[in-house]
Ligand binder design. Structure first.
Ligand SMILES: *[C@@H]1O[C@H](CO)[C@@H](O)[C@H](O)[C@H]1NC(C)=O
Ligand SMILES: *[C@@H]1O[C@H](CO)[C@@H](O)[C@H](O)[C@H]1NC(C)=O
Ligand SMILES: *[C@@H]1O[C@H](CO)[C@@H](O)[C@H](O)[C@H]1NC(C)=O
Ligand SMILES: *[C@@H]1O[C@H](CO)[C@@H](O)[C@H](O)[C@H]1NC(C)=O
Ligand SMILES: *[C@@H]1O[C@H](CO)[C@@H](O)[C@H](O)[C@H]1NC(C)=O
Ligand SMILES: *[C@@H]1O[C@H](CO)[C@@H](O)[C@H](O)[C@H]1NC(C)=O
Ligand SMILES: *[C@@H]1O[C@H](CO)[C@@H](O)[C@H](O)[C@H]1NC(C)=O
Ligand SMILES: *[C@@H]1O[C@H](CO)[C@@H](O)[C@H](O)[C@H]1NC(C)=O
Length: 638
């Protein structure tokens, strides 16, 4: 398939004429950016972590994150999950016995209900027992890891947890994390013990008559900051040991944390390249390990408020972070073995930084209701993660269109399906510079993109753009009330999804889309999707769930089928209530007038309205064809 991209300056003074190569080479595009993480608030012990993770606000936050388009977020890295396990006693042979009930309840919620995979960090001190026998710690770690794994395997089965990730202690060189006071030596013993526990978990399987060892599970680590050797000896020591005999290295994927300094994506990538260059210079054998940055954020300190984290700029920066990592991965440099990056932005924000902390959602604690409850608004960075999920599985090299000497628009083209033939899907992201603010005038360019993928196809463009997809702006205009009322909450939710820009059928094979960016304020991101009529049709939405927000208000979400939602335009949510005599009324489209390309909807019918009744949803694709309805779910308020 050939594509042709043409960008022409429409104003004489900006004379840009850009032609892409007309036969782009596509390389595989693994979606390596689908992890998020957070640390629960509260004390680090069984009681503190259990109560933090079972709080309705935290669970609603996760429910909202799980309601991104399928594949947008696949893994959640939560510190101190192991504290959910309680130590009960030693049995007669001196082996610890644990209570997994809290751990199981949370994992079931995450894994079965939300379809998110955990990143299990082997950090914590369940019930405090690890410090009772410090010299026996390796034995106890091996036992804890093996027992926890076997317990999960028995509950969920080996194949269903195949996507889970396992990592060693987070940032062990930091006193605030290293609560076992591990030293360089005891730390190495600990990592080896975790590796043994993982390897010994599971039972041998018989495949085609041959006895096979239990499935091998990769261990990630050391999740280090890797500042100076003097201050971060544990992580550096592990690398030194691994470099000596890389085959016996207990970790399989080298994880590190590099964040930006002043909030830019370039700083994250630069910092990672510099760190890896340093590591490889001293420990060249480690070049064979895949690497992952599991805290690839634009600026350190999640709770420190920054204006850019509230609005479209953070979303654009996150997309830029992904694009720049992709470029670095494709280039034959230190990041060529990049396995994944994760965003540490699944935290719960708090007053008065509802929008400005590093989170995906703005969190309002509505203290004046009885009982108090939480309201969530999806931030533009949430839109950004959803847009990235729509990319195909092969990508062309990033193209850049210069705006001025130091700013350019980046174009990431991707495709899925058979090359040139039927079943083709194309998704392109256009990204203006993240740093571009009001100082740059809107950019008078026209983007002409050849959309020829089939004789009969349709396209859709959606925007992430200041003011128009910016609930923070709506909140500011209303005077930043700590308890936004129903009217204001609805106004914010109206702008929390991407803006539908253009959509329509493409009848002729040689069609082009022309996008004029002159009226789009900076910074912005645009997602263009083109679907051939032969691409798999929308499947019915699955697992429709109605969760209580507060009295007379519910959060409705559902699961998408992974192979069919690329060509979705919007969802429809239908409701059937009862009249005062208890008789069923007609079905009503309650999402009329909303652009809902992501699988959720908050229903707050307002004065006198009831949320009691039946719900069903369906998707509408870019050809205006509808999917079958989901199952009907009844909701009754107590
Ligand atoms: C658009 O792409 C198609 C398929 O690669 C090609 O046949 C056609 O010539 C292209 N059109 C233009 C105007 O470049
Ligand atoms: C770890 O070290 C700190 C400071 O040296 C000390 O206060 C603390 O009691 C130690 N903790 C344990 C569990 O040994
Ligand atoms: C980051 O910001 C600080 C303070 O505003 C400034 O002094 C420094 O030069 C900036 N660094 C970079 C790399 O832009
Ligand atoms: C990143 O590194 C490149 C090359 O070393 C340098 O030119 C650039 O200024 C760096 N950018 C940032 C934001 O640190
Ligand atoms: C489009 O239709 C023309 C005329 O029917 C046909 O020759 C051509 O092969 C078709 N192209 C594609 C990509 O289906
Ligand atoms: C809701 O809040 C907005 C902004 O604070 C205010 O203008 C409006 O009057 C309020 N509406 C009601 C019904 O109280
Ligand atoms: C609501 O209550 C919580 C918990 O007591 C508190 O942290 C928060 O600041 C309160 N919110 C407002 C707006 O006062
Ligand atoms: C879908 O319907 C809308 C509105 O009725 C129309 O503008 C659009 O062209 C239709 N799309 C297709 C692919 O027919």
């Amino acid at each position: 398939m050939l594509l042709f991209l043409l960008v022409v300056g429409t104003l004489a003074k900006i004379h840009g004429h850009y032609t892409s190569g007309d036969a782009p080479v596509y390389h595989p595009l693994p979606h390596f950016w689908t992890g998020v993480g957070f640390c629960p608030a509260g004390s680090i012990d069984h009681q503190g972590i259990s109560s933090a993770l079972s709080s309705p606000a935290l669970q609603m936050n996760l429910r909202q994150i799980a309601a991104l388009p399928v594949g947008a977020v696949t893994h959640v890295r939560i510190h101190w999950l192991l504290e959910l396990i309680d130590f009960l006693q030693y049995d007669s042979s001196g082996t610890p016995v644990y209570d997994f009930s809290k751990f199981d309840a949370f994992i079931d919620f995450l894994h079965d209900e939300l379809r998110l995979s955990p990143v299990l960090e082997w950090m914590g001190n369940p019930g405090g027992f690890l410090l009772e026998n410090p010299e026996e710690m390796p034995f106890y770690w091996e036992h804890l890891v093996k027992t926890t794994m076997n317990h999960q395997l028995a509950r969920h089965g080996s194949s269903r947890i195949a996507n889970w990730r396992y990592e060693t202690w987070n940032e062990p060189d930091l006193r605030s994390y290293n609560m076992l006071n591990l030293t360089a030596d005891t730390y190495l013993d600990y990592v080896q013990a975790v590796r043994r526990g993982l390897s010994k978990a599971g039972s041998p399987e018989t495949i085609e008559g041959k006895l096979q060892p239990p499935m091998y599970r990769a261990l990630r680590g050391p999740a280090g900051l890797f500042k100076s050797l003097e201050h971060h000896p544990l992580c550096w020591k592990l690398l030194e040991e691994c470099n000596k005999k890389v085959r016996y290295c207990p970790i399989d994927i080298l994880t590190f944390h590099r964040k930006g300094i002043n909030g830019t994506a370039t700083e994250i990538v630069n910092g990672s390249l510099a760190l890896l260059a340093q590591i490889y210079e001293e420990y060249p054998n480690l070049k064979s390990l895949p690497v992952a940055n599991d805290e690839a954020d634009p600026v350190a300190g999640w709770s420190t408020p920054h204006e850019f984290q509230a609005d479209v700029r953070y979303g654009v920066t996150l997309i830029s972070t992904v694009i720049q990592h992709l470029q670095a991965k494709v280039a034959n440099g230190p990041l060529s073995r990049l396995e994944s990056i994760s965003h540490d932005n699944a935290f719960l924000s708090y007053h008065p930084y509802e929008f400005t902390q590093r989170t995906l959602l703005a969190h309002f604690q509505m203290n004046e209701t009885d009982p108090p409850h939480s309201q969530f608004i999806q931030k533009p960075v949430y839109i950004a993660l959803g847009m990235l999920a729509k990319l195909g599985n092969r990508a062309a090299r990033i193209e850049t269109v210069n705006m001025d000497a130091s700013h350019s628009v980046q174009v990431l083209r991707s495709v899925s399906g058979g090359m040139g033939g039927p079943g083709q899907y194309m998704a392109t992201i256009f990204l203006s510079p993240a740093e571009a603010g009001p100082q740059l005038t809107p950019f008078h360019h026209k983007y002409t993109l050849n959309m020829s993928i089939a004789n009969e196809s349709a396209f859709i463009t959606e925007l992430l753009v200041p003011y128009i997809t910016d609930p923070y702006n709506v909140w500011q205009q209303a005077g930043t009330p700590p308890y936004p009322n129903a009217t204001l909450r609805e106004a914010m939710r109206r702008v929390q999804t991407p803006k539908l820009h253009q959509t329509g059928p493409i009848w002729a094979y040689n069609s082009e889309v022309v996008i004029n960016s002159a009226n789009i304020p900076l910074p912005w991101a645009m997602l263009l999707r083109v679907c051939s009529v032969s691409w798999p049709k929308l499947r019915r939405p699955q697992q429709l769930a109605i969760a209580e927000v507060t009295h007379h208000e519910v959060f409705i979400s559902w699961m998408e089928h992974p192979k069919s939602t690329q060509c979705l335009r919007s969802y429809e949510v239908w409701f059937k209530g009862r009249d005062s005599k208890g008789l069923s009324l007609d079905w009503v489209l309650i999402s009329e007038g909303w652009h809902l390309p992501y699988p959720s909807f908050q229903y707050a019918p307002g004065d006198g309205g009831s949320v009691n009744g039946f719900y069903k949803v369906r998707g509408v694709d870019v050809f205006n064809a509808t999917s079958p309805f989901s199952q009907i779910v009844e909701y009754m308020e107590l």
